[in-house]
Design a protein around this ligand. Structure first.
Ligand code: NAP
Length: 305
């Protein structure tokens, strides 16, 4: 009998994982924010995943943090700013040998969760899959991609990777997950804030080549100082390639701002600036970018953290 997968958060990625695991016949429970969210979920017949225009609904059982039962495996699928608080609400239910898979973008939230649960195994993930909520309890699988998973303390892959294989979740065990997370963070810092400030699609940054190049140079210095030379390798060339390949897209941060949603700034550009400060590294353009982004968020009455 497979270990039960508890999925914390029924948003885009939580639904994408919960539905595919369920479809593979694996046992899944969905942990919702509170009783009113549970009641709203129970009023529909399950989670719906739309893939290539085809919608399928999966009757995943919902519960809340107050529900009974030990949790052995927890997929944390909320935003970076919610992860620590959401996991804390479940601390009383976590088994001594609990394993957590942290899907959050950026850096900082993973360490915060791991520090609050020193006995648990925390696996960090970095994903290029794309999904969005079309409506309540209904998610569109928008972009196939890959999920890299790794554990900074134990290089041995967990046995449950078999479940991901069975569920068709494209993945790879990574022994350098921090490098992957840093690289993704650097790409994000070089692209996403500028798309918000210049109010443009990714391709619009082709008109701001110098600004992008200066940011890449400062981010490269930061990665080198943090002992992440592999994440720094050819950063500018990859940033330019991503800008070109995704020219028609709006970045996730742009979409958050445009839809009046809180951004993950503290775990992306904010994290990079804090680490630079800690290393007494002067990165004036990156710091200035953060000031401009914070001003922009404030002007749009959005949280600045
Ligand atoms: P999302 O759609 O906003 O989903 C987050 C979910 O977490 C929401 O359903 C929210 O509940 C739930 N939640 C928050 N606090 C909770 C709590 N205390 N208890 C239970 N549920 C709670 O976010 P997402 O797009 O899936 O993103 C999750 C993470 O993955 C982010 O760090 C994001 O950057 C990263 N990521 C996303 C994608 C993507 O394509 N979406 C791709 C790569 C990485 P409510 O519904 O009640 O608000």
């Amino acid at each position: 009998m497979s270990t039960l997968w508890h999925v914390l958060g029924a948003g885009s990625l939580g639904t994408l994982w919960a539905t595919r695991l369920t479809r593979a016949g694996l046992p899944v429970r969905l942990i919702l924010r509170d009783r009113s969210r549970l009641a709203s979920y129970q009023a529909v017949s399950g989670l719906t995943l739309v893939e290539q225009g085809q919608a399928h609904t999966y009757p995943v059982i919902g519960e809340t943090a107050d529900s009974p039962g030990l949790i052995h495996r927890l997929l944390v699928a909320c935003k970076a700013y919610d992860a620590q608080g959401a996991v804390a609400q479940l601390a009383h239910r976590l088994a001594p040998d609990a394993e957590l898979i942290l899907l959050q973008n950026g850096l900082g939230s993973q360490d915060a969760v791991a520090a609050q649960l020193p006995q648990a195994r925390c696996v960090f993930a970095s994903s290029t899959e794309g999904a969005y909520r079309e409506s309540e309890w209904r998610v569109v699988f928008a972009g196939h991609g890959y999920t890299w998973l790794g554990d900074v303390n134990h290089p041995t892959p967990p046995l449950w990777l078999e479940d991901l294989h069975a569920a068709g979740i494209a993945h790879e065990w990574s022994t350098d997950i921090l490098t992957r997370l840093w690289r993704k963070l650097a790409l994000n810092c070089a692209i996403n804030p500028l798309t918000v400030i210049h109010h443009c699609r990714n391709g619009g940054l082709q008109d701001h080549r110098c600004e992008v190049a200066i940011l890449c140079s400062e981010l490269t210095q930061l990665l080198d100082r943090c002992g992440q030379p592999a994440a720094a390798h050819n950063l500018q060339a990859e940033v330019e390639r991503v800008i070109q390949a995704t020219a028609a897209n709006y970045s996730s941060m742009y979409q958050d701002v445009a839809n009046g949603r809180r951004t993950e700034i503290s775990y992306l550009l904010g994290y990079a600036c804090r680490v630079a400060l800690r290393h007494q590294l002067s990165l004036p353009h990156l710091q200035q970018l953060q000031v401009r982004l914070v001003q922009h968020l404030d002007a749009h009455r959005l949280p600045i953290d």
